[in-house]
Design a protein around this ligand. Structure first.
Ligand SMILES: [Zn+2]
Length: 445
């Protein structure tokens, strides 16, 4: 009997498999000759139906079409917890820290996104880059212009991607052309965009105050009210990235106990709120975030590039704070999840006041897949290959370069193999990216 008679487009994918069988842990599973089975379900979404050893699964599926990649490895699509598509052309702009970088490069560039044609061209390039690098889901800033959200959402919808974005809220300390000149209107625009895009196909909306210094009290409070009205919408912002920024926040919000407390008082700290950086938090902040289910987008290439500091893994684990990895393009220096995982390893080695952590490669990989999905409250949907997950995955070629082929051939344990790819990998390691059961990027041609 043919299993799953109610499904269409049943498809098998034979290769070695890497996934997280118990995603609440960072332990990775690996099957040398595995079979992944995907199919389109009644709601139109292609999901994983089964995963396991080829020899065990294939007898149950007579006549199943199977794509066979003998030397490749299927792994979950990467999840980027924090990035800015309008900063694609700001990557690699040097500055003396965060605030000068915003003023000299980022703000002038983001003004261009009032033009939908321009925003569309950058969106297409950005999404192509995500696909080339194996990133299948991202939580992304747009700009202050509502058009920049419409254009991104429409293109992501056309490509059947699971993406989250939102209009940036910034009604002060921002240049003309980027500043919300009418605060109530900026909040109405946010609500309109939520109604237009949130939950449509695989799209999600994030309420997006840029960071506390560029929003008035009224705008933050208004954003918090919208968050209360739409509890399954995401919230994204930045917090405690840079010491100059923190001093400025204390001047602007003297009543707040901490930088994080500014968001908490506005009702912007809850489940499905993801804060980038979280470098200079104290124990009270970390416990508060953990208590309400807010999570951290750890952005190590950005933190190293702008000299902001180092995320404290040990203190975050002690507080039970959830986190995952992010590129933070364009403060971050790469679209590559391998570069980000490598930088996260480097950052953990620099832990202040202790001997330094050596994060396990499986843990690093988890932070960019199943762990990042959990931080988004999307565990069981993306970032893994368990049955029920949406069929977005990467196909790794561990022999993509002469050095990778030489080094991976010499590894014995799974952890060594993963670590070699983390340190030596880039987009050449991604042979294919598969979204909803279709090849969305083919780096081998
Ligand atoms: Zn950012």
């Amino acid at each position: 009997m043919r299993p799953f008679p109610h499904l269409t487009e049943l498809q098998g994918w034979r290769a070695s498999l890497l996934w997280f069988a118990k995603p609440e842990t960072t332990h990775a599973s690996h099957e040398q000759d595995g079979l992944l089975i995907t199919a389109r379900e009644a709601d139109g979404i292609v999901r994983i139906q089964a995963i396991g050893p080829y020899r065990e699964l294939v007898p149950q599926f007579t006549g199943l079409p199977v794509t066979h990649w003998p030397d490749l490895c299927i792994a979950p699509g990467f999840v980027d917890l924090h990035t800015h598509y309008p900063q694609t052309d700001v990557i690699g702009s040097p500055a003396d820290g965060l605030l000068p970088w915003l003023e000299h490069y980022t703000y002038p560039h983001e003004k261009k996104f009032s033009a939908p044609d321009y925003a569309h061209e950058v969106t297409r390039f950005f999404l192509d880059e995500l696909m080339r690098h194996g990133v299948t889901t991202a939580m992304c800033f747009a700009t202050a212009h509502p058009e920049s959200v419409d254009v991104f959402m429409a293109e992501a919808q056309k490509r059947h991607l699971r993406m989250i974005t939102g209009k940036v809220l910034q009604d002060r300390h921002s240049p003309d052309g980027l500043r919300d000149t009418d605060t109530p209107q900026s909040l109405r625009q946010t609500e309109d965009l939520i109604r237009r895009w949130h939950g449509v196909d695989r799209l999600g909306y994030a309420i997006t105050p840029r960071f506390a210094p560029t929003s008035s009290d009224a705008q933050l409070q208004g954003a918090g009210e919208i968050a209360q009205h739409f509890p399954d919408v995401w919230i994204q912002s930045h917090v405690a990235e840079n010491l100059d920024e923190i001093r400025w926040v204390h001047e602007l919000f003297p009543e707040a106990r901490s930088y994080l407390d500014v968001y908490d008082r506005a009702g912007l700290l809850r489940q499905r709120s993801v804060y980038a950086h979280c470098i200079h938090l104290d124990a009270t902040d970390r416990h508060r975030m953990a208590e309400v289910g807010a999570t951290v987008a750890v952005s190590p290439t950005s933190n190293l590039f702008l000299g902001s500091g180092f995320f404290d893994y040990a203190a975050s684990d002690a507080a039970g704070l959830g986190y995952g990895l992010a590129s933070d393009v364009g403060g971050g220096t790469s679209f590559s999840p391998f570069h980000t995982m490598h930088a996260a390893y480097t950052v953990a080695r620099q832990s202040v006041g202790r001997a330094g952590l050596s994060l396990a490669p499986e843990h690093l990989w988890w932070q960019h897949t199943a762990g990042a999905a959990a931080a988004l409250d999307l565990n069981g949907k993306v970032g893994n290959l368990l049955p029920g997950c949406e069929a977005d995955f990467v196909v790794l070629n561990p022999k993509a370069t002469p050095l990778l082929a030489r080094r991976t051939a010499q590894t014995e344990a799974l952890a060594e193999w993963l670590f070699t790819m983390i340190v030596l990998g880039d987009e050449r390691l991604i042979a294919h990216t598969v979204v909803q059961g279709k090849i969305a990027a083919d780096n081998r041609t």
